[in-house]
Design a protein around this ligand. Structure first.
Ligand SMILES: Cc1cc2nc3c(=O)[nH]c(=O)nc-3n(C[C@H](O)[C@H](O)[C@H](O)COP(=O)(O)OP(=O)(O)OC[C@H]3O[C@@H](n4cnc5c(N)ncnc54)[C@H](O)[C@@H]3O)c2cc1C
Length: 383
C-alpha cells in the first residue's frame, strides 16, 4: 500500500473521504483497522512512525486478547511469543512472592507485535505515514490536516494516538495541563531468565518488569518517579545505585548484556482520567485511559477497546435508525463498564506500592494470604 499511497495521497484540492480515519497505528489503531476492514468498511490509518519500531512497554500481554486476535487472524506464537504463566514480585529489599497468573499471558516485543498486525493490515487498508496536526468536526464530517499538508475527510474518526500526543494538545485535553512525576526506561538484554515468568521488582521510587520476548531477549522496563531519578541524573548510575538496592535487579544490571546501544526513555506519563469520546472522536487504547503498568494490562485494554468500538460501530451501522449520538453514548457506557474499575484498582495498587509503610503491610498480607495476588490480578484483567 505504501507505493500506492503516493498516487492516492490527497492534495489540498481533492480531499479523499473514508468511512473511518484512525489516528495512530499502535495496537489499538491496528486492531480496530483490521476489524473494520474485515467487515467491509473503508479505513485510512495514519501513523507517524514506520514499522517495525521499539516502544517503551513491559511487553507482557494478557491472554484475554487471544480469542479476539484469533478472530482477526493474528497468532503471536507464530512469531515466537513466549507463554507466560508465573508471576514473581519482590519488595524493595528483594523478598520474593511467587504466584500463578490466573489467565496467563505471553511475552512479545512491540517491535514484533505491532509489525505482525501491520503486515496483516497493509494490503487491506490505506496506511499513511504522516503526523496528524488537526482534527475538526464540521457539518457532520471530519476534516483532518497532516504535517505533510494533506487534507483528509471521514465520517468517523478513531483517536488511537496513545498516552500523549500533539492531538491531545490540539484538543486541549485537561490531563495535558497537569504535571506528571513519571518517567519510564526500557531495553532488551541477554540474561538467564525463565521463559514462563513475568517478574516485577520494586525499588525506591518505582518498579521494574522483566520478561522474555520472542527473540529470547529479556525486556527490562521500569517506571520511576522523576524525583528518585533526579538524585542520580543518568540512567546508568540510577540503575547501579538505586534499582540495584534490590538484589534481583543488582544481579540483572551487573550480568545482563544490553542489546540496545542505549535504553529508550519516555517522560510525562499521565495516569489521569480521560474521556472516551472527545469532540465526536472515539478514543481507543491509551488515548482513552492508561492503566498503571504494574497491572500488565494496558495492551489488552487497548485491543479490547478497539474491539468494543468496532463491534458497536458495525452493529449500529446495520440498523435503520443509526444515530451518531447513540453510538457515542453506547461506547462511553461500554468503555466505563469494561475499564473503570480496572483503572481504579490499578491506581489503588500503585499508591500502595509507592508508599513504603503501606507497601510493607501489603507484602506481609500477600505472604499470609496466598490467594491475594491472583485475586488482585483478576480485578485488573478482563475475562
Ligand atoms: C512503562 C510502561 C510499561 C508498560 N508495560 C506494559 C505491559 O507489560 N503490558 C501491557 O499490557 N501494557 C503495558 N503498558 C501499557 C501499553 O504500553 C499501552 O497500554 C499500549 O501501548 C497502548 O497501545 P495504544 O495503541 O493505545 O498506543 P501506542 O502503542 O502508544 O500507539 C499510539 C500510536 O499513535 C501514533 N501517533 C501519536 N500521535 C500521532 C499523530 N498525531 N499522528 C499520527 N500518529 C500518531 C504513535 O506514533 C503510536 O504509534 C506499559 C506502559 C508503560 C508506560
Amino acid at each position: 500500500m505504501d507505493g500506492i499511497f503516493l498516487a492516492l495521497y490527497p492534495t489540498m484540492s481533492t480531499p479523499k473521504k473514508w468511512d473511518i480515519i484512525i489516528i495512530g497505528g499502535g495496537l489499538a489503531g491496528l486492531t480496530a483497522a483490521l476489524h473494520l476492514v474485515n467487515n467491509n468498511h473503508s479505513v485510512c490509518l495514519i501513523e507517524k512512525t514506520a514499522y517495525p519500531n521499539h516502544k517503551v512497554c513491559g511487553e507482557y500481554v494478557s491472554n484475554e486478547v487471544l480469542p479476539y486476535l484469533k478472530l482477526l487472524g493474528i497468532d503471536p506464537f507464530e512469531v515466537g511469543a513466549k507463554h507466560i504463566s508465573k508471576f514473581k514480585i519482590t519488595d524493595t529489599s528483594g523478598h520474593p512472592i511467587t504466584a500463578s497468573l490466573p489467565l496467563g499471558g505471553f511475552g512479545i516485543s512491540r517491535y514484533a507485535f505491532d509489525e505482525l498486525l501491520y503486515n496483516a493490515l497493509k494490503d487491506k487498508a490505506e496506511i499513511i505515514f504522516d503526523t496528524v496536526t488537526k482534527v475538526n468536526f464540521e457539518n457532520d464530517e471530519f476534516i483532518i490536516n497532516t504535517q505533510k499538508k494533506a487534507i483528509l475527510k471521514a465520517d468517523f474518526v478513531i483517536g488511537a494516538f496513545g498516552k500523549r500526543s500533539n492531538i491531545d494538545s490540539y484538543l486541549n485535553r485537561e490531563f495535558m495541563n497537569q504535571k506528571t512525576p513519571w518517567l519510564a526506561v526500557k531495553a532488551h538484554y541477554e540474561y538467564d531468565f525463565p521463559d514462563d515468568t513475568v517478574a516485577l521488582h520494586n525499588f525506591n521510587g518505582g518498579y521494574c518488569g522483566l520478561s522474555k520476548t520472542e527473540t529470547g531477549a529479556v525486556n527490562a522496563c521500569y517506571l520511576a518517579t522523576l524525583k528518585s531519578f533526579k538524585k542520580y541524573g543518568d540512567i546508568d548510575s540510577f540503575q547501579k545505585e538505586e534499582l540495584s538496592k534490590n538484589p534481583f535487579l543488582a544481579d540483572f544490571f551487573s550480568n545482563a548484556k544490553p542489546h540496545f546501544k542505549k535504553p529508550l526513555t519516555i517522560s510525562q506519563i499521565s495516569f489521569e482520567q480521560k474521556e472516551p469520546v472527545v469532540d465526536h472522536i472515539f478514543m481507543v487504547g491509551d488515548s482513552a485511559g492508561l492503566i498503571h503498568p504494574l497491572c500488565g494490562n494496558g495492551m489488552a485494554m487497548a485491543i479490547k477497546s478497539a474491539q468494543i468500538f468496532s463491534e458497536l460501530y458495525i452493529n449500529s451501522k446495520e440498523e435503520d435508525n443509526f444515530s451518531r449520538a447513540q453510538l457515542e453514548n453506547e461506547y462511553k457506557k461500554r468503555w466505563q463498564k469494561e475499564f473503570k474499575s480496572r483503572l481504579k484498582t490499578g491506581r489503588f495498587i500503585q499508591n500502595i506500592l509507592m508508599n513504603p509503610v503501606a507497601s510493607k503491610a501489603g507484602f506481609s498480607l500477600a505472604r499470609t494470604i496466598p490467594g491475594l495476588i491472583p485475586m488482585i490480578i483478576k480485578k485488573t484483567h478482563g475475562a
